[in-house]
Design a protein around this ligand. Structure first.
Ligand code: UD1
Length: 366
């Protein structure tokens, strides 16, 4: 079996690490070969290199260098560059993960070359097509040949849009494989620094990067002011995504309690989440990690493609409602959060399930 794994952006690295680990575990007889294609969508040390080092991901076999630019520029550049790769190096499977620009761009090119497209995290939908990720999900699933899902709900959605059941496999969550595998490596970013005391008191973790939250200066300002006003005496640790940096400065907000950090590596970020009293975010992946780490999570979005983090897990959706933000922050501070559980198959074995199914698929074809 010969696979191309596509990665481009930070959450992709976390998911692909699970699959590469599963192959290493399985690969006694070297029956699974793969190459890693990195589109270069994320390229900073803290958004990219550190994840490869920490998560045991090998150096990419091809680096397409397609970072920056608008969504259209990015997708079209990636398509042109991946086409050059496929002109000389044809796999049996092109495995794409999640919903970023690199996912849809490479899926389309692989399909043009009649390569089987495999989508990990297929079938999830927020219903909000103003978000580029939702468009990427719909387009990718419309040309996928083998679908791996994180929940039964996602599998059902695919069936309801006409995908044959035999092509859909409910396997669980690769992001959680990686979280569980590296739990003992998480480390305090302030250890051995002058700021060790920061994590001794209660703190919240904040992450924001969605255009709807960070490109609207007035909203970003109101939201940060509300968080500070509702959480007297509690530090807010805020690793700032590159997209967020400029507008954050323009808000002019400064507070000793709002502790701005560079984007963190995986081990340091998840140490903070796991030791916080709660997380405020607009990321999808973090809502899954907070669920498994049993940390209260407030999501600044109106919808989610991961409803199980709300119905089963620790997450609540508040959109842009500042009254709800205040209410839920009070609940976190009063240690009064809802009961939660961990969704089925989010158990650390998803990568193994996927590789076994791919091997069966290859054998069936022979
Ligand atoms: C992308 C994904 C989003 C995912 C997020 C995780 C899409 C449509 N969006 O959003 O789903 O949740 O990654 O972080 O694919 N930049 C840097 N250095 C970097 C990476 C980005 O400076 O290492 C800059 C880019 O040049 C760009 C901005 O940050 O100006 C946004 O990057 P981009 O890859 O377009 O999207 P993200 O907002 O990171």
């Amino acid at each position: 079996m010969y696979i191309h794994f596509i990665v481009g952006a930070r959450p992709n690295f976390v998911k692909i690490s699970s699959l590469i680990h599963a192959i290493k575990n399985y690969n006694q007889e070297k029956t699974v070969n793969f190459k890693l294609i990195h589109t270069g969508q994320h390229y900073d040390y803290n958004m990219n290199t550190i994840f490869f080092k920490e998560l045991g991901i090998p150096q990419p076999d091809y680096f397409l260098n397609c970072g920056g630019g608008s969504q259209t520029t990015q997708i079209s550049k990636i398509m042109l560059e991946y086409e050059k790769v496929l002109n000389v190096d044809l796999p049996q499977y092109c495995v794409v993960v999640g919903d970023v620009n690199s996912t849809v761009a490479c899926a389309i090119v692989a399909k043009n070359f009649k390569i089987k497209v495999v989508h990990i995290e297929a079938g999830i939908r927020s219903g909000d097509t103003t978000m580029p990720e939702e468009v990427n999900r719909i387009l990718t699933d419309s040309i996928t040949d083998l679908f791996f899902t994180t929940t039964l709900k996602a599998s059902n959605l695919l069936r309801n849009i006409g995908v044959e059941s035999s092509k859909i496999h409910f396997v669980g969550n690769t992001m959680i494989d990686t979280l569980l595998r590296f739990k003992n490596d998480f480390r305090n970013p302030f250890e051995n620094t002058e700021r060790t005391s920061i994590t001794e008191d209660k703190f919240l973790v904040l992450t924001l990067h969605r255009p709807s939250n960070v490109d609207n200066l007035q909203w970003l300002k109101s939201c940060l002011l509300e968080i500070l006003d509702s959480t007297k005496n509690v530090n807010i640790l805020f690793p700032v995504h590159p997209r967020t940096r400029k507008n954050l400065e323009l808000t002019g907000i400064k507070s000793d309690r709002l502790i701005l950090l560079e984007p963190l590596g995986y081990f340091e970020f998840n140490f903070l989440v796991g030791n916080s009293i709660g997380v405020i975010t607009d990321s999808g992946g973090i809502t899954e990690e907070a669920t498994v780490l049993k940390i209260p999570c407030i999501t600044l979005r109106n919808s989610t493609e991961r409803p199980e983090t709300v119905t089963t897990g620790t997450n609540v959706l508040i959109g842009s409602n500042l009254t709800l933000l205040r209410k839920y922050l009070a609940k976190i501070l009063n240690n009064n959060w809802k009961e939660s559980d961990i969704p089925q198959y989010w158990d650390g074995k998803t990568g193994d399930r996927i590789i076994n199914i791919l091997l069966e698929d290859v054998h069936e074809k022979k």
